[in-house]
Design a protein around this ligand. Structure first.
Ligand code: ME8
Length: 512
């Protein structure tokens, strides 16, 4: 029997703390994840894309207390902000996981129990420093001026309490081996080098993974000791297992595990590249293929924060510019992996120069020519000329590079190749000048230039789809197609048949 196996792609974002609505930083990770999910979907992979909210821990508990409501009421009231923002940005997640979901709580208990039974958890006393904003421990030398958290610049707390520890130190050699042998496990490569250096210099210490209930009750109960609740980070990391159906859809879990790409910001690298794989090794799960830690965004050169007014609401941006322009800008302007700055001035420039002038003009131009000379019907044309073949060679190079960049998570380069693909078609039109050929009565050359350009716009549409699904849909309609071309099906010639009637043309991007 022939078994058809479909390739799978499982991608995750961090689950965000719902103590404030999403901003352009959380939107950034989520948009890039959606771009990669749509890319693999268009290639014919079965895709599972997980995002959600991280709802336990001291930070959420304190915020709720300040508001005079229960933690659950509080998180329930905040989750819609995330769902609405992601909807406005056309984020097509397959599940929105909340760590208060019952199947998540059950999964967490089962997995930590497994780790406990293996002997990797023991009781001890924690004495040290903690930042509630980060929900993480610090040592004095990590702090700014000896007292402030290096990320939030707020004073840390001193904690002294009985806790259960996870034997992270036991996994030190396995982790170092993992980083060295599996070159794609942590990307970009500099981040991996940082981890190796830090672990080799300082050594791994065991990590506290519970809190006594007298200190914090808002969390998942520790399954072997009801006087403790689990540390919010252990609870949160395991969302990547529960979210893909570990308890409530075993078939899905078997199909998609392990994650292919886990996107995070560089702020949470330690949890994802050190604690997470160690927990998985201990519990006996296959490890994710790649943890990719991107850089941090500032807004007009300033840190994103409520007090500085830089916590821009993505929905406001979408209302002003449309989701495709925001998605395009985030993918295009910030080299994926590096820090970057978000500025509306730049966004407008990219919109005008690249979207309106290159892509919008190209499509309008080709549709206008088809209408003028062939009544909006794809013409029949004779064999390819040497110029056509040369251009096809160039386009093939851009398309191949586009795929290489997408697969290597160099999303910004893939966008560049899309623009270069459009520029090459524009240059082809200038070179073949169908309007002059028409004047000379060379109808065959006109037909060839138009037929080829339409075929290549078809490919361009498929390349644009992951970044700009709305625009890809509009172009497909203008081309008279029933659906958006898929990357798995496109060819460099022969996509659109002669006699095919195009749709109505329309300006794609108004200049801002
Ligand atoms: O850390 N630039 O949640 P969080 C780019 N709940 N990305 C940014 C950013 C910025 N300025 N600010 C935030 C948590 N991000 C935990 C995660 S996962 C098991 C638990 C993005 O709400 C980036 O992806 O603080 C970063 O890692 C994440 O938001 C932190 O979100």
């Amino acid at each position: 029997m022939i078994r058809l196996t479909t390739k799978k792609f499982y991608i995750t974002t961090p689950i965000y703390y719902p103590n404030r609505p999403p901003h352009i930083g959380s939107a950034y990770t989520t948009v890039i994840a959606d771009i990669l999910a749509r890319y693999y979907e268009s290639l014919g992979y079965e895709v599972f894309f997980l995002t959600g909210t991280d709802e336990h821990g001291m930070k959420l508990f304190k915020e709720a207390k300040n508001k005079g409501i229960s933690p659950k009421e509080y998180v329930d009231s905040m989750v819609p902000f995330f769902k609405r923002a992601w909807e406005s940005l056309d984020i097509r997640y397959r599940r929105f996981i909340r760590t208060t979901d019952p199947d998540h709580e059950e999964t967490v208990k089962r997995i930590v129990m497994r780790i406990y039974e293996k002997g990797d958890i023991y009781k001890g006393v924690y004495r040290g420093l903690y930042c509630v904003e980060c929900e993480r421990y610090y040592t004095a030398k990590d702090l700014v001026d000896g007292k402030l958290c290096p990320i939030h610049l707020k004073p840390v707390e001193y904690l002294e309490m009985e806790v259960y520890y996870f034997r992270l130190s036991k996994y030190q050699d396995d982790l170092i081996r993992l980083y060295k042998e599996n070159t794609r496990f942590v990307l970009p490569a500099e981040r991996k080098q940082y981890l190796i250096r830090k672990i080799e210099e300082e050594g791994l210490k065991d990590v506290a993974i519970t809190r006594p209930r007298w200190y914090l009750s808002w969390g998942i109960e520790c399954p072997w000791d009801s006087d403790h609740v689990l540390y919010v980070w252990v609870d949160a990391l395991l969302n990547y297992i529960s979210g893909v159906g570990y308890i409530n859809d075993r078939e899905k879990f078997e199909k998609f595990w392990p994650p292919n790409v886990q996107l995070i910001g560089k702020d949470i690298l330690w949890f994802h590249a050190v604690i997470w794989p160690a927990l998985l090794m201990s519990a006996g799960f296959e490890l994710p293929q790649t943890i990719f830690a991107h850089g941090f965004l500032t807004v007009n050169g300033k840190k994103i924060s409520k007090s500085l007014g830089t916590d821009i609401d993505p929905i406001d941006l979408v209302n002003k510019y449309g989701s495709d322009t925001i998605r395009y800008y985030l993918a295009r302007a910030i080299p994926f992996g590096e820090d970057g700055d978000f500025s509306e001035k730049d966004l407008v420039r990219y919109h005008n120069d690249e979207l309106a002038n290159e892509i919008g003009n190209l499509i309008y131009r080709v549709l206008t020519l088809t209408e003028r000379y062939f009544g909006g019907i794809t013409p029949e044309a004779s064999r390819l000329t040497d110029i056509d073949k040369e251009i096809i060679g160039e386009l093939r190079k851009h398309l191949n590079e586009y795929h290489n960049f997408m697969k290597n998570l160099q999303v910004h380069h893939a966008v560049m190749r899309t623009i270069m693909f459009a520029q090459t078609i524009n240059a082809y039109l200038n070179k073949t000048a169908p309007w002059s050929c028409w004047k000379k009565g060379d109808k065959d050359s006109v037909a060839r230039a138009i037929r080829n350009s339409l075929d290549w716009i078809y490919v361009l549409t498929a390349m644009m789809y992951p970044f700009m699904p709305r625009t890809a849909d509009k172009i497909s309609k203008q081309l008279g197609l029933d659906s958006i071309p898929r990357l798995s099906d496109v060819r460099l010639i022969g996509n659109i048949k002669p006699g095919h009637k195009l749709g109505e043309k329309e300006i794609l991007f108004k200049k801002l």
